[in-house]
Design a binder for this molecule. Structure first.
Ligand code: HEC
Ligand code: HEC
Ligand code: HEC
Ligand code: HEC
Ligand code: HEC
Ligand code: HEC
Ligand code: HEC
Ligand code: HEC
Length: 493
């Protein structure tokens, strides 16, 4: 009497599956069903006319998940008469700018995460040193075609409801949209495919995370992880709907894997800062705690500053929750744990933390303190870029100092050393110090001031001992011998 029972059970579970499937399809279709017959007809008109007009747009849309889900041109581009970016187009009110707020109609969770993240705030850079440099020392056209294409800026509307040529096209990550929302989803999900697979690959992030001041793309490519990604890209299962590291792929992690994608414990997040514990961008790095507010926004507080309490009033809202720097780090370690055990991961963090501490303590802190003393004593002006020494300090922290920190964070050894600390050291000893002496000499010739500055800020740090007291004879002798063994007598001149 085993068999009938088994088949009954089979029928029962099949029926149950059908009920759930019907329920699920209903939910999934809810957004589509709400479409009126009139809206559906309007959508069909867009498609019909644009198939000839813009075959590229239509063909890509047809390959997208949206096409399968019956999300058409009008579902995204629809607008209401009177909105700043609305215009009448073949009998329908539409907009060109499809902002995160428009995507939120169907993707509320992703948009809420993206809106509170640093990405959404990347357009707010007007008050930065970088911007001053771009606008004044470069020029506005370069800021527009450079900075703003990565960071985003205000999209201004002409009086015809269309964006001005000066401010659009733009898919900057923190673009300021006419409806008040921030960012651009097509910064990562290029239109009109809007593909998750495309966004998972490292090239996607590499549009912006590249170059002398934040070479994450290059660091990744030289890391073991990037090498493995390239070797086994076909095994990465990028097109899979579910993409959980350790379950759906194991060959290598991409940028998205570590900073956004799902693990066995965590869901996908569009809040890219959730899993980082340091900020490596400023002149001096600090560990950062994440304060989340009831109004859905969040911000970083450097570690060391007293943490607020849940419920405290802050920035026009109340503190809802706090993610401390070590909790953020645990979230990242959870990613690594799909492929490594804790010894490898903890070792990585030890080596990374040590490089950041070295950069901070040996170079950044004394240089920053000395620079502000030079300004206070009137040896250099308070204006940031009118003296050579200010460019030297800028490049030490903003270029090579960041490269060292970024290299160490993601296992790119060339960036940690040759493109990083090596250049920091060279420019500290053989550019910044001579330029500092020169600035003092030029002003009043007070060599004692220059000596005292070095005594005060550099001499107490062990790592600078060689500069003040010379390299030890023993050390030089050891190296000379090493060279001779390898390359023959007299090889080290
Ligand atoms: C009868 C043909 C036709 C229909 C129907 C139509 N369009 Fe267009 N659309 C055009 C033409 C022509 C242009 C202008 C192309 C150009 O300037 O290169 C255009 C331009 C656009 C633009 C860019 C506007 C601009 O000024 O840059 C968008 C966005 C757009 N259409 C979306 C839609 C949507 C959404 C629908 C459906 C509500 C739709 N179109 C229906 C013909 C059509
Ligand atoms: C999932 C939402 C979505 C769907 C569906 C969609 N679009 Fe778009 N479309 C966008 C976004 C986002 C942009 C970029 C505008 C911006 O910068 O915000 C855009 C830009 C455009 C532009 C102007 C940019 C260009 O490359 O010329 C046109 C024209 C356009 N869409 C037409 C269409 C047509 C026609 C369809 C249907 C076949 C369609 N769109 C379907 C979201 C969508
Ligand atoms: C009218 C509802 C609607 C709007 C508006 C909409 N989407 Fe979607 N989107 C969907 C549906 C439905 C799916 C398919 C979900 C599925 O397959 O489970 C989807 C899937 C996606 C995916 C996953 C694609 C993949 O490769 O699996 C991305 C990415 C996406 N949308 C981005 C956007 C962006 C960005 C916007 C705004 C520019 C947008 N969507 C606007 C309904 C919408
Ligand atoms: C290639 C894309 C790109 C260009 C061009 C670019 N940036 Fe950035 N910028 C970035 C990225 C990516 C970061 C974040 C780097 C990181 O986190 O390591 C960043 C960081 C910054 C920061 C630090 C933000 C913070 O929260 O600490 C400022 C300020 C800034 N950029 C301003 C500018 C200005 C002004 C220009 C032009 C003069 C410019 N950037 C050009 C991509 C770019
Ligand atoms: C920094 C790049 C980036 C930006 C910007 C971005 N996305 Fe994504 N998005 C991704 C990645 C990567 C995935 C794939 C995550 C995974 O499944 O591993 C994804 C997946 C998705 C999915 C599929 C569901 C899921 O959770 O996997 C949707 C829907 C989506 N994004 C919507 C949006 C919307 C809406 C915006 C704008 C508010 C947006 N995305 C902006 C990178 C981005
Ligand atoms: C193996 C995991 C992993 C991969 C792959 C990875 N990252 Fe990271 N990333 C990290 C870790 C770990 C840190 C440092 C986290 C911390 O501060 O604790 C980091 C830090 C960062 C930061 C913060 C830098 C700053 O200035 O504060 C950015 C931006 C970043 N990664 C972007 C990327 C990009 C873009 C890629 C792909 C080209 C990438 N990451 C690939 C693990 C990864
Ligand atoms: C269109 C440009 C652009 C793209 C594409 C982009 N980013 Fe960014 N990203 C930025 C800028 C600019 C910042 C700095 C924002 C700020 O601090 O103002 C940033 C910051 C970050 C940070 C630091 C967040 C924090 O809280 O400090 C991480 C991590 C990061 N990006 C990861 C990624 C990953 C992973 C991808 C690809 C899936 C990606 N980004 C794609 C421009 C971009
Ligand atoms: C999808 C699997 C996967 C994930 C996730 C992953 N790694 Fe790896 N990682 C590897 C593989 C495979 C290697 C290559 C080991 C070798 O050298 O033989 C590697 C190598 C490394 C190395 C050695 C680098 C070198 O040059 O020898 C370090 C350090 C490392 N990973 C740290 C991390 C950290 C930290 C994380 C999380 C932030 C992480 N990995 C996430 C698969 C992964």
């Amino acid at each position: 009497m085993e068999h009938p029972r088994k088949s009954l059970w089979t029928w029962f579970s099949l029926a149950l599956t059908l009920v759930f499937a019907a329920f699920y399809l209903n939910v999934a279709n809810a957004a589509l069903i709400k479409k009126s017959a009139a809206d559906e007809a309007t959508g069909k008109r867009c498609v019909a006319c644009h198939t000839e007009l813009t075959p590229g747009i239509n063909a890509e849309w047809k390959k997208s998940a949206h096409f399968g889900a019956k999300v058409d041109c009008y579902d995204c581009h629809r607008a209401k008469e009177g909105e700043p970016d609305a215009f009448k187009h073949n009998r329908a009110w539409i907009r060109i700018i499809v902002s995160p707020q428009n995507c939120a109609v169907c993707h509320e969770k992703e948009v809420a995460q993206q809106q509170r993240s640093h990405h959404a705030k990347a357009g707010l850079i007007l008050a930065s040193l970088d911007n001053l440099m771009g606008e004044v020392i470069g020029g506005p056209a370069a800021v527009n075609g450079g900075c703003r294409q990565c960071h985003g800026a205000n999209v201004e509307m002409g009086d015809n409801g269309k964006p001005t040529a000066l401010t659009w096209p733009n898919t900057g990550i923190g673009r300021l949209n006419p409806d008040g929302s921030r960012g651009s989803c097509s910064a990562c999900h290029a239109r009109h495919r809007f593909s998750a697979a495309q966004a998972r690959g490292p090239d996607n992030c590499g549009k912006c995370h590249v170059g002398p001041d934040h070479p994450q793309k290059e660091v990744y490519e030289e890391s073991k992880h990037g090498i493995l990604y390239k070797a086994f890209e076909k095994e990465m299962n990028l097109e899979s709907k579910r993409w959980v590291v350790g379950k759906d792929y194991t060959a290598a992690p991409t940028c998205a894997t570590c900073h956004m994608s799902a693990t066995r414990e965590q869901a996908v997040t569009h809040d890219v800062g959730e899993r980082i514990s340091w900020t490596l961008r400023p002149p001096i790095s600090s560990k950062i705690n994440l304060i989340r507010l009831e109004n859905g926004d969040e911000f970083d507080e450097p570690d060391g500053k007293a943490l607020p309490k849940i419920g405290d009033e802050m920035k026009g809202s109340k503190v809802k929750s706090i993610l401390t720097w070590d909790q953020r780090r645990d979230k990242m370690k959870d990613v690594c744990s799909a492929c490594h055990t804790s010894r490898q991961v903890d070792g990585h963090y030890k080596q990374f933390d040590d490089v950041v501490d070295l950069y901070n303590d040996k170079f950044a802190k004394p240089l920053a303190a000395a620079m502000s003393e030079l300004v206070k004593s009137g040896y250099i002006t308070a204006a940031p870029f009118d003296e050579a020494i200010e460019w030297t300090w800028w490049e030490i922290w903003h270029h090579e100092g960041r490269r060292a920190r970024h290299g160490a964070s993601m296992s790119g050894p060339d960036y940690t050393w040759w493109n990083g600390i090596y250049v920091v050291a060279q420019n500290t000893y053989f550019k910044w110090i001579p330029q500092m002496r020169e600035a003092v000499r030029r002003k009043d010739g007070n060599e004692k001031f220059a000596d005292a500055l070095l005594e005060k800020y550099f001499k107490p740090i062990d790592g600078h001992d060689w500069y003040f007291n010379g390299l030890s004879k023993e050390a030089i002798e050891k190296v000379r011998k090493g060279y001779e063994e390898r390359y023959g007598k007299g090889s080290l001149k």
